[in-house]
Design a binder for this molecule. Sequence first.
Ligand SMILES: *[C@@H]1O[C@H](CO)[C@@H](O)[C@H](O)[C@H]1NC(C)=O
Ligand SMILES: *[C@@H]1O[C@H](CO)[C@@H](O)[C@H](O)[C@H]1NC(C)=O
Ligand SMILES: *[C@@H]1O[C@H](CO)[C@@H](O)[C@H](O)[C@H]1NC(C)=O
Ligand SMILES: *[C@@H]1O[C@H](CO)[C@@H](O)[C@H](O)[C@H]1NC(C)=O
Length: 379
Amino acid sequence: MARSVFVFCGLLTFITLFYLCRAQQCSTSFTFNGSSVNFAKCASLPTQKAMLAWTFYENNLTLTVGFTGEAPSTSGWVGWGINPLVAGQMVGSSVLIAFTAENGSNVLPYKLTDSVQALAEPLRCSPVDIVIESTAVEIQGASMSIFAALKLPSNKTVINHIWNGGPNVKSYQPQEHGLSANDLNDHTQIIDVYTAQSFGGGSSPHHSLKRTHGILNTLAWGIILPLGAIVGRYMRQFTDSIWFYIHVPLQILGYTLGVIGWALGMRLRAVTSASHKVHQNIGIALFVLATIQVLALVLRPSKDHKIRRYWNYYHHSIGYAIVLLSIINIFEGLHILNPETKWKSGYIAILVLMAVVSVVLEVVTWVRYIRKRREDGFP
Ligand SMILES: *[C@@H]1O[C@H](CO)[C@@H](O)[C@H](O)[C@H]1NC(C)=O
Ligand SMILES: *[C@@H]1O[C@H](CO)[C@@H](O)[C@H](O)[C@H]1NC(C)=O
Ligand SMILES: *[C@@H]1O[C@H](CO)[C@@H](O)[C@H](O)[C@H]1NC(C)=O
Ligand SMILES: *[C@@H]1O[C@H](CO)[C@@H](O)[C@H](O)[C@H]1NC(C)=O
């Protein structure tokens, strides 16, 4: 038993580390003009190893942006911009395009019109529909970064942004990007620069990551583990050992799913750089406490050992702490992801049900306990 639990924990740790290392990180720190520029938030974008970082200044509605993308070749271009009117569309966008020319590294403004898209007209540098206060560019091989300080058009923090890259530039005119599915899909996103939420025209990968993280963790930490605790506390008086064979598998299942959900949370933090300190710290505390509980199973002293009583105190108090912290953190998470209300109401309904069952069983337990004491001759 002990051995298989250790093997199990080792495997789980391995899977977790694998997940964490695979996470594509975004960075808030860039270098432009030989000096470093730091932004408040960042997000990795779903294609072209692209990444966006930004700071939004509420006082003057200025948005500073750092964008990095990878061109198909070192003589290619990388572009980032905003469509002020329509989400998810190239036509109508105002973009900044970075490339290397005879006179050095350039980042110039372009307007993407119908005729440019139809290839009826070359893409010429031109004034754009967004207010650009300053720009900078940094090119290292095919990896190109753009800095821009923009004045947002109105008191609106939700922007429709767009990015892409192409293989050639001729006399300051970026040539068409590739036309494969990889070059065309997932190159636009809607992002709220204030909350750092992104909505990707239905295709943002963070959405499904957030969803999976939320569902898995609610199921594991918010339902299975508390259920296991209820079994542990109340079934014991009715059965000799069956409760144990339900309690342990439930908790191991809850822990497994919980650790996977936890790893997804770490990945979410890496790809969105979102800083939710309270939620993250409770999450880390939960992971540590739950791991201690699994190890406690292995180190459990035998039933009639004199320290078993203390082991029980410790196992129960950590268990209750986990249930309490889990519920708090699920509500924290619901507050952050802000899903449709049915998710929150659904979870509250499950909690109420579990609470009612616990209260009933608690009463039953006390009644049985008092009756037994009477039978044993205590008043
Ligand atoms: C906007 O405000 C920020 C912070 O107060 C300041 O650093 C920045 O220079 C301002 N930008 C403009 C264009 O006024
Ligand atoms: C290079 O020349 C183009 C065309 O004259 C000009 O628009 C651009 O600003 C120049 N870039 C640099 C880095 O001097
Ligand atoms: C970088 O240098 C260019 C040209 O000297 C300047 O226009 C631009 O404002 C600078 N940008 C940053 C972010 O320092
Ligand atoms: C922008 O709008 C929000 C709410 O609509 C408001 O709280 C905020 O003060 C506004 N900011 C500016 C700079 O007008």
